[in-house]
Design a protein around this ligand. Structure first.
Ligand code: GA4
Length: 329
């Protein structure tokens, strides 16, 4: 397979060039197979990223939410803004976080366990809420299943050591609907001068434990595999993609990699719509390497609470490495 990818990580110079492609195959985990545990561990060690198939997730929950989200994003801006401007929860357009990061994107960010966002301002709020709740409930179940397979694969005695964080009533999980509209600059450019380098969502790692992403059949999502290499992830609207986040990198004492990823806008006509469930621990949870994963080794990270980490994350730029202050030197 030929890859055209962008060299350079962390923002400085985004010149695009084609190099001989690294041979990278995105790991695929079939959740219905007994080898799922081992494959998950290997994928998290190698990339911090994998695709999940045979997940048993209710497809009608996906189509209902997709329909509601499409309706929402096609509303006039003033109506979308009525749900509240992202701070961080609510409707946002172009601006991401609080430190001047921008992208070719509009989004809705909601908390999973409270009605923080004013969806009642919408035309048929109960339909949207219902689709959101059904999807988020099924996501939570799938997140639990994956986290239990992970703990088993890591040979951790307490099988629910990770999944209990999602099940906790105080779990600080959130959910994001991202809409990347068709981009006029790309659409209008003649084919040989296409600017395929427009950023939809800039490079970053997710702060949480894991994130579960599903999108419509559009490309643009890329993961960083080191040495300046960004790998495009082929779209698959029937599957889910799992990202390891910073908290899990710490809990596994660096064994699992928090994957750097980004979305480039390379859609000429098809808007991209993605739905991401971010599995966060309760705010008071102490995040540190799990004792059984440190045995006989050095602990690479200082302990912090999720509350401290989340707070400090909002003072950073999207592309920053947020774990540096917690590394033991
Ligand atoms: C990245 C992962 C999630 O989308 C998110 C993002 C959050 C936001 O958009 O409000 C952050 C970003 C994310 C990481 C650093 C901070 C916080 C924007 C930003 C610059 C909702 C999250 O939890 O962290």
């Amino acid at each position: 397979m030929q890859y055209s990818y962008v060299r350079n990580c962390s923002g400085s110079n985004n010149r695009e060039a084609t190099f001989s492609p690294p041979v990278v195959t995105i790991p695929i985990v079939d959740l219905s197979k007994p080898e799922a545990q081992a494959l998950i561990v290997k994928a998290c060690e190698d990339f911090g990223f994998f695709k999940v198939i045979n997940h048993g997730f209710p497809m009608d929950a996906i189509s209902k939410l997709e329909e509601e989200a499409t309706k929402f994003f096609s509303l006039p801006t003033s109506d979308k803004e009525k749900v509240g401007l992202a701070n961080p929860f609510g409707y946002g357009s172009k601006s991401i976080g609080c430190n001047n990061d921008v992208g070719w994107i509009e989004y809705l960010l909601v908390k999973t366990n409270s009605q923080h966002t004013n969806t009642h301002t919408l035309h048929k709020p109960e339909q949207f809420r219902c689709a959101l709740n059904e999807y988020m409930g099924a996501m939570r179940k799938m997140a639990c299943e994956i986290l239990e397979l992970m703990a088993e694969g890591l040979k951790i005695e307490e099988r629910n050591v990770l999944s209990k964080l999602v099940m906790d009533e105080e779990s600080d999980s959130c959910f994001r609907l991202n809409h990347y509209p068709a981009c006029p600059e790309i659409t209008m450019a003649s084919s040989n001068e296409k600017n395929t380098n427009k950023v939809g969502f800039g490079e970053h790692t997710d702060p949480q434990i894991i994130s579960l992403l599903r999108s419509n059949n559009t490309s643009g999502f890329q993961i960083y595999v080191g040495d300046g290499n960004w790998i495009p992830v082929p779209p698959d609207h029937t599957s889910f993609f799992v990202n390891v986040g910073d908290a899990l990198q710490v809990m596994t004492n660096g064994r699992f990699k928090s994957v750097r990823h980004r979305v480039m806008v390379d859609n000429v006509n098809n808007p991209r719509l993605s739905m991401i469930y971010f599995v966060g621990p309760p705010p008071s949870e102490k995040i540190a390497p799990l004792p059984s994963l440190v045995l006989g080794k050095e602990s690479l990270y200082k302990e912090f609470t999720w509350f401290e980490y989340k707070n400090s994350a909002y003072n950073t730029k999207l592309s920053d490495n947020r774990l540096i202050p917690y590394e033991r030197i």
